[in-house]
Design a protein around this ligand. Sequence first.
Ligand code: ZN
Length: 188
Amino acid sequence: MILSQFQTVGSDLFVRGLVSSHSGNLSIKLGDHLIITRRDSMFNSLQENDLVETGISKNDRSTPLAAVDLAIHRAIYRETQALAIVHAHPPHALALSLHETKTVPGVEGLSVIDDVPVVDCETGAKAEKTENIIARALKEHRIILVNGHGSFAIGQLLEEALNFTTALEQSSQVLCLLKSLQVSSVKD
Ligand SMILES: [Zn+2]
């Protein structure tokens, strides 16, 4: 049951090109534990041994097997009401996150999401840990972009977080098309 949720969302993200063969990570919260995809797992063919259960606050034997972004997932579960997290690398949204400094605007009438903030974890607030910056941003938004890295979406179910992720990429794609039309109309 749990595996099939991960498989459905993982292969959907892969087929849509929102993650590469070995990137991205998914998790769900179970009490004071979480189940997260294994480090370097392949989203298009997730199996039982690709899911790692470990503590939200405590380490155990399974902790080293978890995805590299475990600290971010843990911080999000500590700081928000999220029960599921989807981290992906949607290409059009990523391009906009490098281009737009603060937000990627939602496209009215098209999207289930509003403006998506772009969080900068590289420069500026160096005193604060990356996971805390991301978790704080997700207190007020259902999905955010990390500058030059990717998206983090939260929901009650993985499917809900997937919905926000695909919505972000779709509106980003429209915005990229619009920008390219504006560039070509200037040339004309
Ligand atoms: Zn990533």
